[in-house]
Design a protein around this ligand. Structure first.
Ligand code: C2O
Ligand code: CU
Length: 460
């Protein structure tokens, strides 16, 4: 249970202090990676689709042959995928079948404040509530997850997350791999007790050594010898994945948090900090049936692709994907905002600009429609601790990292940015037409629970 206290027991999760125990980590490639089911609307009208989601506890197979209790959407560890279209409104009724108040945030979504899943804006047990998603933004790999005050880390860890894929109007004609060859892959890590239950403690991050892909430990996934579009999402509370393929294969990155990049980028390593997404195309075309390709993290294998059949392939990766909108002019927006990230080892707290989150305090006021530059600095050089920063509501642009151009794959629309220890990253943000309070925070959720979270108010 993650409590709100900031006592010394919360201290060690700020670092990688403890020694990992690998006791319950099962052998890799024993189980097949599932693809989360796609949710069907319960009703469709001229301009809106309506979905129902039940949030409940259930027991599911994660480790081979063992049942694990999870908290999830539809009772699954990886909730059902919503596949929606740009320009078509969606309403989701979330029913809370748990014994505690919860909510849902659409990560990366351009939504009104009362549908954003504010930490205090909760659905009581047994109650339901409608959230509305306008889907006016370009096609992108978004995701939904719990955002209950002080509980988001434990709730997300136990399964309260799923994919929300917006298909852009421009996507069909690009002829990227689609349907069965467009596969969302949710990556995380967990610590299982010998009986298969999920152990959660904020300071336990070093012991979360079982890597999961779509909720199964280091699984395999049968593929045809052709191109696939994989939507990689890191939902881990703490781990940054450094992903690469073996057999000298590379990935072609086509998208980031906010959707398609202007042009594909070849990547040998894809780095994903918590909350970030990368869409990649992997071409198994040159592989023979019977060959295997492993997706590795620096800490070990994540997933094995088994080439099991040949296949025709008329998909492609065009040289031009989606032009980036021109950077809006700064106008009257502020260009001197300084955001600092720092943990306090003595207090066991985590700060933005030296303060823990306070729902009664507005940290930043911005004007609707304005464009600002924020400089985000990670001050944790002494403990060499990375952070990231996620802004609700917006997709921003990374201007530079310590004066150098953004990394490959980072030049598109982003809602979450890795800020390594000691680094300063400048981002340019345009605030749209919604008003109200929205969060920004480190998406290493043990840090946001520890206080590394703040809010902006968008005013007329
Ligand atoms: Cu995905 Cu405020 O978070
Ligand atoms: Cu952090």
């Amino acid at each position: 249970m993650a409590d709100a206290g900031l006592g010394p027991h919360r201290r060690t999760h700020m670092t990688h202090g403890a020694t990992p125990t690998r006791g319950s980590d099962p052998a890799p490639f024993r189980v097949r990676m599932p693809v989360p089911r796609v949710l069907t609307p319960v009703a469709s009208y001229r301009d809106v689709d309506v979905y129902h989601q039940d949030i409940r506890a259930s027991r599911v197979e994660m480790l081979p042959g063992v049942r694990t209790e999870v908290l999830g959407y539809g009772g699954a560890f990886v909730g059902p995928t919503l596949r929606v279209r740009q320009g078509r409104r969606v309403v989701v009724r979330y029913r809370n079948g748990l014994d505690r108040a919860v909510n849902t945030h659409l990560h990366g979504g351009h939504v009104a404040a009362d549908s954003d899943g504010y930490p205090m804006d909760l659905i009581e047990p047994g109650r339901s509530r409608f959230y509305e998603y306008p889907n006016t933004q370009p096609g992108a790999t978004l995701w939904y997850h719990d955002h209950t005050h002080h509980m988001e880390a434990e709730h997300v860890y136990r399964g309260m997350h799923g994919f929300y894929l917006v298909e852009g109007r421009d996507e069909r004609r690009l002829r990227l791999p689609s349907r069965d060859h467009d596969v969302p892959i949710m990556l995380t890590d967990a610590h299982f007790a010998p009986d298969g239950s999920l152990i959660y403690a904020p300071e336990d991050t070093p012991n979360r050594t079982t890597l999961l892909a779509n909720g199964r430990p280091r699984p395999y996934f049968p593929v045809a010898a052709r191109k696939y579009r994989f939507r990689l999402l890191n939902v881990s509370n703490f781990r940054t994945f450094h992903l690469s393929l073996d057999r000298d294969m590379t990935m072609t990155q086509i998208g980031s948090d906010g959707g398609l990049l202007p042009a594909p980028v070849r990547r040998e390593v894809v780095v994903l900090s918590p909350g970030e997404r990368a869409e990649v195309v992997v071409d198994f075309g040159p592989r023979r049936v019977g060959e295997q390709v492993v997706l590795n993290d620096v800490s070990g294998p994540v997933l094995r692709f088994d080439v099991v059949t040949r296949a025709a392939d008329d998909s492609r990766v065009p040289d031009v994907l989606r032009p980036l909108p021109p950077l809006p002019a700064l106008g009257s927006g502020r260009t001197d905002r300084e955001i600092t990230l720092k943990v306090d080892m003595v207090r066991g707290a985590a700060y933005i600009n030296d303060q823990v989150f306070d729902p009664n305090r507005v940290d930043v006021r911005v004007k609707r429609g304005s464009t600002e530059i924020w400089r985000v600095t990670n001050l944790d050089t002494d403990v060499s601790l990375d952070h990231n920063l996620h802004l609700h509501l917006v997709q921003f642009r990374i201007l530079d990292r310590d004066g150098a151009p953004p990394l490959p794959g980072e030049s598109g629309l982003k809602d979450t940015v890795l800020v390594p220890a000691g680094a300063s990253v400048r981002i340019q943000v345009t605030f749209g037409d919604f008003l109200g309070r929205y969060l920004y925070h480190c998406h290493m959720l043990e840090h946001s629970v520890g206080g590394m979270m703040a809010q902006m108010e968008i005013v007329p």
